[in-house]
Structure formats: C-alpha cells, structure tokens
Design a binder for this molecule. Structure first.
Ligand SMILES: C[S@@+](CC[C@H](N)C(=O)[O-])C[C@H]1O[C@@H](n2cnc3c(N)ncnc32)[C@H](O)[C@@H]1O
Length: 204
C-alpha cells in the first residue's frame, strides 16, 4: 500500500536517508559479495538507498515501488546507468527465477497483510548463495487496531517475524544475522538471510 503524507515526509527526511544508508552498510557487512552484483531494492521509495547500493557496492540495482509518484522522483534524481526504477507490486515481481544476488526490503512487509506473497517472490528470484536483507518495524496488535480504525491510516500490520523466518527457511534460506531492538511503541527487527538451498532441496 502507498504511504500516507506523514509517512512520506518521515521516510524522505535526510536524517532517515542517512540512517537507512548506515543500516544498509551494517547489514551488507554480514554478506559475502561475489563478482556478480545484481541487486533489487523492494519498496525503494525515492530510491536514495537504491543509488547508494549502486555506488558503494559497484552493483547493478533495480528499485521497485508501487507508488508511481515516488518512482517518478527516483527516476528524476537518477544519473547512473547501473540503476533502474520501475513501478511494480512486490507481490508479483517481473524477474526470472534465481536472478538476484541481493534482495533488500526495508519497511515494506509490515505494511502488507499478505506479506507471504512477497516472501514467496523473494525466494523465487534470489540466487542460491544470494541474500535477503530485511529491516522492519514490528507493531503491537493494539496499535495496528487503532491504525485500522483511524481515518488517517498508516496501514500498519503486526508482522510475525517468527513466521517470516520459518517461511524463509522453507524457501531455502538460513539466518546469517538477526537483531531486535525494543522501542517505546514498536520493535526494530533487522535480519540477513542467505539462500543456501533451492526451495525443493530444503524440503527433502
Ligand atoms: C516505509 S517506506 C520505505 C521506503 C524505503 N525502503 C526506505 O527504507 O526508505 C515503504 C515503501 O514500500 C512501498 N510499498 C508498499 N507496498 C508495496 C508493494 N506492494 N509493492 C511495492 N512497494 C510497496 C511504499 O510505496 C513505500 O515507498
């Protein structure tokens, strides 16, 4: 779902961008990057982290987002031919199976009641040996219920991070790094998963 005006303002502040870049660098330090560097940034917004990935990691990066206004701004600010942006729904990604080395998804799954479909797509498009890099906010159910009834919805859902880890395991991923910080109203959940097996193998 698209962000409301307040969340857009919060996400696009320069301090949020700086923190996002720091977090990206920290989480990518848990990966072992080979020569092939095809990255995907799911829910890229205006694409600042997408462009950071391309310059800092010498990667070809695609940023996708469902919000056409955010993608228009991302395209307008882009000067690199190694970065492409397109309007896509994360639940149906236009990539062939096992084509991405790093799939990054920050702050998207907790906005989607059907996040499992996104995770299924991440499992399908990540190469064996590739990584899924995730950062999400986990809201308590009472807060998601208030948001649901509010006329100014943020679209918050209570993401079950244990179910997320189990589903990724089914998709052939193992957890390389995980951290959870408790804030006053939510938890910050960050993780790096590596796809070790093809989905079918993990179920043997
Ligand atoms: C909280 S923002 C995070 C933006 C960026 N990843 C960051 O960390 O700064 C969530 C983004 O996910 C996008 N989004 C939400 N649902 C989506 C979907 N189904 N497919 C693609 N993008 C989606 C929103 O439009 C928004 O840009």
């Amino acid at each position: 779902m698209k962000m409301n005006r307040v969340e857009k303002w919060m996400v696009n502040r320069s301090s949020s961008t700086r923190n996002g870049m720091k977090l990206t660098a920290k989480l990518l330090s848990y990966t072992n990057l080979g020569e092939s560097r095809q990255f995907l940034d799911i829910g890229c917004g205006q694409g600042r982290i997408t462009r950071f990935l391309a310059t800092e990691y010498d990667a070809c990066v695609t940023g996708i987002d469902i919000d056409e206004d955010e993608i228009k701004k991302a395209i307008a600010e882009n000067t690199s031919d190694r970065v492409t942006f397109s309007i896509q729904d994360a639940k149906k990604l236009p990539f062939e199976d096992r084509t991405q080395d790093i799939v990054l998804c920050f702050g998207v799954l907790h906005h989607l009641p059907d996040w499992r479909r996104v995770v299924g797509e991440i499992g399908r498009i990540t190469k064996v040996g590739g990584y899924f890099v995730s950062a999400e906010l986990v809201y308590p159910v009472w807060l998601t219920q208030i948001d649901e009834r509010s006329s100014f919805k943020f679209g918050l859902y209570n993401l079950d991070v244990y179910a997320l880890a189990r589903m990724l395991q089914d998709e052939g991923f193992v957890t390389v790094y995980k951290s959870e910080k408790k804030r006053k109203l939510w938890r910050e959940h960050e993780a790096v998963y590596q796809k070790k097996y093809d989905k079918a193998w993990s179920r043997v």
